[in-house]
Design a protein around this ligand. Structure first.
Ligand SMILES: [Mn+2]
Length: 374
């Protein structure tokens, strides 16, 4: 029964070398511990081509000569900062690099069951795929590898990793893939379309803000042919990586004097690889007090985590606001309406967010009115 570890979007970079390589080490350790036959890495292993050049020696050394095959499909990020360079000329050691556009088909026989890998590297568009002369499926299992957005699997908003056109899900079902091992979308998701499982494992580490939730890889176990082909594939199992860290965001209301709410209780849950974002909100007497609070927060917590971003754009200043009795009364009344923990002992996160947002909106209204009267 072949076992496949599926990961994508590690974005190894020279700027965050130690963190990235620690996550890569955990990927390799996981593959060894789970005794997988294949690791399929579906794009954006490196953050840029320049990073691939700088870190390929570390990659080769850490991969070594593993008992599994490491299949590496380049993504769109390996094209960035490429200059005159060529990824196909770089040595990635034991890895099998799947460069060939628009596709290539590999047949392997590890784990006692034949598996075909249909590799589709990142490309600008996938039109004409219906004419690709992909041979008919001739093994119990066919795994397709691709790096891009499968139509219908992502909201393609303004903050999206953009560039290429979407890939039609029909490309995978037409060529009878049982599993589409995907990369590019950094949020983990899995769905069945036309008898195949389409999965994004999500980024292997927190690459940028808003990548919430645990990060890791998917483990897929291919049943032996007789049991499998009738019943279809079992869902892949998610394996979280401790070294990957988590993104955590806190919205902290400032007092009129620029003091933030206390973070000590929340900070107990932070790990060294976590990416923490703190957004200050509120109206203060003097903006410099908010800057000083940010400095104090940084001095206290920055060294404990991988990244600590403090966003002060939600803070505005209005000299004299602290002496307004109506504002003081509002804040007292607001404080008294803090959402209380429910029966499970936890405060409802959305109630908390609404409560904090109400403070922000009200203070901005006070500010607008006070400015109008001034
Ligand atoms: Mn990516």
């Amino acid at each position: 029964m072949p076992r496949i570890l599926h990961a994508a979007d590690l974005h190894l970079s020279d700027a965050e070398k130690d963190h990235g390589l620690a996550v890569f080490a955990e990927l390799i350790e996981t593959a060894l511990r789970e005794r997988v036959d294949y690791v399929v890495f579906c794009g954006d292993l490196f953050n840029t081509f320049a990073d691939a050049e700088k870190l390929r020696a570390d990659f080769r050394r850490m991969l070594g000569a593993p008992p599994f095959e490491f299949l590496y499909l380049p993504g769109n990020h390996e094209e960035l900062q490429r200059g005159g360079g060529d990824l196909t000329r770089l040595d990635f050691g034991a890895a099998t690099v799947l460069h060939t556009r628009p596709w290539e088909l590999l047949r392997r026989d590890r784990g006692g069951v034949a598996v075909e890998f249909l590799a589709i590297p990142h490309q600008e568009q996938y039109q004409g795929y219906a004419d690709w002369p992909v041979p008919a499926k001739a093994a119990p299992w066919r795994i397709a590898l691709a790096h891009g957005v499968v139509a219908g699997m992502a909201y393609r908003g303004p903050d999206d990793e953009g560039g290429a056109t979407a890939i039609d899900a029909d490309l995978f079902t037409r060529f009878r893939a049982d599993y589409a091992a995907l990369g590019h979308i950094h949020g983990r998701r899995s769905q069945r379309i036309g008898g195949a499982i389409f999965s994004y494992p999500g980024s292997t580490r927190v690459w940028r803000r808003n990548e919430t939730g645990p990060r890791g890889a998917l483990l897929l176990e291919l049943p032996s042919a007789s049991a499998g082909t009738d019943t279809g594939l079992p869902e892949p199992r998610f394996i979280p990586f401790a070294s990957a860290g988590e993104y955590r965001k806190y919205i902290l209301p400032l007092t009129l004097e620029g003091e933030p709410a206390d973070l000590e209780a929340q900070s107990k849950a932070w790990g060294a690889a976590d990416y923490i974002e703190v957004a200050f909100t509120g109206v203060v007497e003097d903006e410099r007090s908010a800057a000083a609070s940010a400095d104090r927060l940084r001095a206290r917590y920055a060294a404990r985590v991988r990244a600590l971003d403090i966003d002060r754009t939600g803070v505005s200043a209005l000299p004299g606001i602290a002496s307004q009795p109506m504002v003081r009364q509002f804040l007292e009344a607001w404080e008294a309406r803090a959402p209380r923990p429910g029966e499970n002992g936890c405060v409802d996160v959305s109630a908390q967010a609404i409560w904090i947002r109400a403070r922000e909106l009200s203070l901005n209204l006070f500010k607008a009115n006070l400015e109008r009267l001034a």
